[in-house]
Design a protein around this ligand. Structure first.
Ligand code: HEM
Length: 414
């Protein structure tokens, strides 16, 4: 077996050694995923001290498997699991996370998700199409004459946060502040975060939560046609969202609502330009656009890893997991499984194979997928129509935050 020098695979013991912070890896993870599929699609990642699943059927199955959960503290104590007590310097962060959909399991999750879903329905989303298009056109107006741009800062960074903020009912001018809070907040999910990252995340959580509380009070006095007002008034079987639930939900929608989509705009533009396929064909009509967007989501997904707790003792593929063990699912690798996709490392929008798993599956399936898809399907054709001569001007650099796959910069010229 010929492997790059930063990767070691022992198929006998299913052990893999790989430095997640090595640019040779995170700069081009697909190459490593292909090797893992070939030699060891279920493996113990020594540096992460955890079992990882890369195969499509395993990832898809485990996302739907109710013996696993995103949370375990609803059925087990910290003491039983050997977890440390909550850190006092993360009090605000923990409070903001307390009612995040991503931190809950049924029955709490089902109740909250039903209430949020009622406010967050597709017909609200579809109405945003003209607004998304107008924003994209306006941003391109701003840099078209320059003959060049750095796409992340001039375009990709702005669209998702503006749209989710407008949906919730937060004024556009809060955009930069929301981005700053969100960047500090998601620092908590990085491999090898520092104590300084933790303090910054906690401070951001407090400021963010205080701002949202003020907004909730204001909307109670002056209801509007926005998601926050809908969430305040949404009701299911006589139940409403509490203030703490409203704060957590608003924060998770804002954070989850932009970071991945920003990355995916950059990843998609890069992939399309590097493929050399003609944009006029890729975006020739709505159906072709959808296929192009789905293929970019498959081959260069923005979020690679999600974890699950074993909620009971479980055996998978001869491996014994005990209640309280954690496993990791590599969604981006599942999208490249050669058992499901022919020639998986090649960008082929015409393929009609399994759906990609980039938005997850099961009860935590991305609630924002309709919005993210609408944004991608709207802005990409506009960008390629407006700038038909667009090309990559400088080698793109991938960000050093492995579980997110996004670009540091995307320098374009035309
Ligand atoms: C390309 C963009 C996006 C990708 C790839 C993505 C991916 C995902 C994935 C994989 C999950 C499931 C996590 C798990 O099972 O552990 C998820 C959940 C979630 N996403 Fe997204 N997401 C995107 C955009 C958005 C947007 C635009 C929003 C909000 C407006 C959003 C809000 C959420 C929320 C609230 C959840 C938690 C749902 C639950 O636990 O019930 N996401 N997302």
């Amino acid at each position: 077996m010929i492997l790059p020098d930063f990767l070691q695979i022992d198929p006998e013991t299913r052990h893999v050694s790989l430095d997640g912070r090595d640019p040779a890896f995170y700069g081009d993870p697909n190459r490593v995923y292909a090797l893992l599929h070939e030699h060891c699609p279920i493996f113990y990642w020594e540096e992460q001290r955890q079992w990882f699943f890369a195969g499509y059927d395993h990832v898809n199955g485990l996302l739907r498997d109710r013996r696993f959960g995103r949370q375990i503290l609803h059925i087990a104590s910290r003491e039983e699991l050997g977890l440390p007590d909550p850190a006092p310097h993360l009090e605000n962060f923990d409070l903001a996370e307390r009612y995040s959909l991503l931190e809950l399991e049924p029955p709490e999750h089902s109740r909250l998700r039903t209430l949020v879903n009622r406010a967050f329905v597709s017909r609200h989303i579809e109405r945003l199409r003209p607004e998304i298009a107008a924003l994209a056109e306006k941003l391109i107006d701003g840099f078209e004459k320059d003959g060049q741009t750095e796409l992340l800062s001039s375009f990709a960074d702005i669209i998702p946060v503006t749209m989710i903020a407008r949906m919730i009912g937060i004024p556009d001018e809060m955009g930069p502040q929301l981005l700053a809070w969100s960047h500090a907040y998601v620092g908590m999910y990085m491999f090898k975060r520092t104590e300084a990252d933790e303090f910054a995340a906690d401070r951001a959580a407090k400021e963010f939560a205080d701002y949202v509380k003020g907004l909730i009070a204001e909307r109670r006095r002056n209801p509007r046609e926005d998601l926050l007002t809908h969430m305040i008034h949404t009701e299911h079987k006589g139940q409403h969202l509490t203030d703490d639930e409203l704060v957590s939900t608003t924060i998770v929608l804002l954070n989850a609502g932009h970071e991945a989509t920003v990355h995916q705009i950059g990843n998609s533009v890069r992939m399309i330009l590097e493929s050399g396929l003609p944009a006029t064909e890729l975006f020739r009509d709505e159906a072709a656009t959808e296929r192009t967007v789905e293929e970019t989501l498959r081959i260069c997904a923005p979020v690679h890893i999600f974890q699950r707790w074993a909620l009971e003792d479980v055996e998978i593929d001869g491996l014994q997991f005990r209640r309280g063990d954690k496993v990791s699912l590599i969604l981006a690798a599942a999208n490249l499984d050669p058992k499901k996709f022919t020639d998986p490392l090649t960008f082929k929008p015409e393929r009609q194979e399994a759906p990609n798993l980039s938005f997850g599956a099961g009860i935590h399936f991305c609630i924002g997928a309709p919005l993210a898809r609408l944004e991608l399907n709207t802005v990409l054709p506009i960008l390629f129509r407006r700038l038909p001569e667009m090309r990559i001007a400088d080698k793109p650099v991938v960000k050093d935050v492995y579980h997110f796959h996004g670009l540091e910069r995307l320098d374009l010229a035309w």
